[in-house]
Design a protein around this ligand. Structure first.
Ligand code: FES
Length: 256
């Protein structure tokens, strides 16, 4: 067990009242998912599996719902990253304005590739899609704060300041030392055309277990069989759907 895992129960007790206040602000508990994930990230430096699991419990959703939401956003990190996480935009406007050169300079100067952390554990580097600041291309973010009009001098100054601990953006908390990369093996498999755990043996989306499967149940069951903690809440989609919709999809759980 890592020291962070040992410290997690105490962190959870400290954050629980805040989580409850966040949840109380929303009509539906699950709407509190992203703010709670940001809260944990603020205190752990990333969103740990333990944080995702307890959040699923607090919100009454499955761990798969939490994980799929967290994995969608480049704002949330599922593994420890450096005290500074540099994200460079590779969208169209930035590419036209020289993002290729900016990315090359970061890679060379830091000695890392996309989704890697420097050996001293200080700087993580990622290339991301459009950050919606196209009028200031080329741009990026450091610890989720925008940086604009990137050029070589700015990049050099930025890296030196981060290493000296004087950069204008506060460093991230680091409850656990990062490894060389924080990419998730399962995601790499998906990007190479291999199916995710939940979709294995599902030839078409509408087949049982696919995303178009009207029950919405089987795919989550499959993911749960893969070893994730699971709390029997797989029918939550049916809970939130109206009686009419449930009848329409021919399901006998209408009105639950
Ligand atoms: S393309 Fe870079 S911010 Fe939009």
């Amino acid at each position: 067990m890592t020291s962070r895992e040992q410290e997690f129960p105490a962190l959870l007790e400290r954050l629980r009242p805040q989580c409850e206040r966040i949840i109380a602000q929303y009509e539906q508990k699950r709407s509190a998912l992203l703010p709670i994930m940001h809260l944990f990230q603020e205190h752990e430096g990333f969103v740990s599996p333990e944080a995702m699991r307890v959040t699923a419990d607090m919100l009454g959703v499955t761990p798969a719902v939490v994980e799929s939401t967290v994995s969608f956003y480049t704002l949330l990190f599922r593994k420890p990253v450096g005290t500074y996480i540099v994200q460079v935009c590779r969208g169209l406007a930035c590419t036209i304005n020289g993002a290729e050169d900016v990315m090359r300079m970061f890679r060379e100067k830091l000695g890392v590739k996309h989704l890697e952390t420097t050996a001293d554990g200080i700087i993580s580097y990622e290339e991301v899609e459009c950050l919606a600041a196209c009028d200031r291309a080329t741009c990026g973010q450091v610890n989720l704060e925008f940086i604009y009009d990137l050029d070589e001098k700015q990049i050099d100054d930025m890296i030196a300041a981060m290493r000296a601990g004087t950069y204008r953006v506060p460093p991230m908390v680091q409850m656990e030392q990062p490894q060389r990369t924080w990419s998730i093996v399962q995601d790499v498999d998906v990007s190479r055309g291999r199916k995710s755990r939940g979709a294995t043996d599902v030839p078409q989306p509408d087949n049982p277990g696919g995303i178009g499967d009207a029950s919405g149940v089987i795919m989550l069951d499959r993911i749960a069989e893969g070893g994730l903690a699971f709390h029997g809440a797989t029918r939550e989609r049916l809970v939130t759907e109206s009686k009419e919709v449930a009848e329409l999809i021919g399901n006998d759980h209408a009105g639950h």
